[in-house]
Ligand binder design. Sequence first.
Ligand SMILES: Nc1nc2c(ncn2[C@@H]2O[C@H](COP(=O)(O)OP(=O)(O)OP(=O)(O)O)[C@@H](O)[C@H]2O)c(=O)[nH]1
Ligand SMILES: [Mg+2]
Length: 478
Amino acid sequence: MNILADFADDALRLFEDATQRAGSVFEPSLRIGVAGLNRSGKTVFITSLIANLLARGRMTRLTAEGQGRIEAAMLRPQPDPEIPRFEYEDHIAALTGPNPAWPQSTRRISELRLSIRYQRTGLLSGLTESIAGPGTLHLDIVDYPGEWLMDLPLLNKSWEDWSRESIAACRLPERAALAAPFLAWAERAEGKPADPVLAKEGWTLFAAYLGAARKAGLSAISPGRFLMPGDLEGSPALTFAPLLTPQGDKDSLARLMRDRYDSYRKVVVRPFFRDHFSKIDRQIVLVDMLSAMNAGPRAVADLRKAMTDILDCFRHGEKSWLGPIFGRRIDRLLFAATKADHIHHSQHDALQSITEALVRESLEKAAYKGARVEAMALASLRATVEQRIQQKGKTLDCVRGRNIDSGEEVVVYPGTLPPDPATIVEAARRGVGEEGWLAEDYDFMRFAPPMSGITPGFGPPHLRLDLAAEFLFGDRLV
Ligand SMILES: Nc1nc2c(ncn2[C@@H]2O[C@H](COP(=O)(O)OP(=O)(O)OP(=O)(O)O)[C@@H](O)[C@H]2O)c(=O)[nH]1
Ligand SMILES: [Mg+2]
């Protein structure tokens, strides 16, 4: 692979981006990266954030809004015409219509621009305002299938390393049964010559195993496009699988697989991250901590591994060959545990600490020098209300919402999260035991979006979406 040519290409794109941006000093744009594994809540987050910025009744902790300085927010044409537009109108109509429904899994990339007009503050406000009028900030937000994020670590991994790690993962206790048919194929494929039919068989079994692992609540699943191919459905670049012995001579299956793995990285993975990650100014990483905790220590360990692999790539910073991919320096990074409306607010601090603890180790190694990093628990779309009930002389902090399957209102006691995040992280590190951390009631909890519809002037109900917005771009509305 010609890394130097790639580098020159990446550098040119960065230069073009920078030139484009310099053209609009008075109307700066800010690209918000919304990252997260599949089902972590990206599409709901983007939809609710946009709706709550268009109608800001619930955004009082976004300082500019609290101070009454936001004059208007509107959807504008996006800067990248080659990317499909984020289907905001469809998503918000589905979430807040008469039969509210969550969005389908995202299958392709899309983008939206929201522009905010605000009154300036500060010493220079009068001067700037007389030259340029009120401030305008363009927010550019991109949505994509969560599976694709798991491809980021591949950029840093040779075929041999990826193959070895993937086979080792297949043999882990929580995966071995799911991977058995694929491993049987891998035994058969040992030392075989290059054969596209055999390669496709291996790919089919490997993709089926990844699908089963995802269904079992595991997170460390790659290559991401095996499950969410987008436009690449059926392409030979996707048709590869790890091998027990990844080395082989010119005409071997191992060499065919290696070539396909390398072209997958070069033609699919690298351009995606270069085009979309290199321009990011602020990043929010959404984590569905509660689902992993509900599934048990092994699922938390798996989530931790997936997050570590991803964050390790971020930390390569400007000096490595991954530098051009992360082009501009991300100066704010927010980790958000999503779906916090599943638990009572008395548990939110614990959820935040557990999320912090899960990613702390990677962050300590990280090169986020000068970046502000925070964690919080939020709900992009609040589907429950809180309720206290008395049971056997005890007061229980519950949540009430509409069960998605039965449509009935249910009151659920989700239990108490361990106050010390070390308990979770330690168990996750060891990856042993299957004891749950949440009460049994939690298992029933898939709530439908609320029936409340939309009140004029207000976006959908949420928890701390305004604080997330303040962290991500509040400082640019001054
Ligand atoms: N109660 C509640 N559930 C949520 C919230 N956000 C997301 N969910 C649930 O999580 C599911 C996944 O949310 P999405 O926004 O589609 O997740 P995504 O990250 O876009 O997933 P992919 O498109 O598969 O990558 C939804 O179908 C809801 O069931 C929230 O704020 N509250
Ligand atoms: Mg989505």
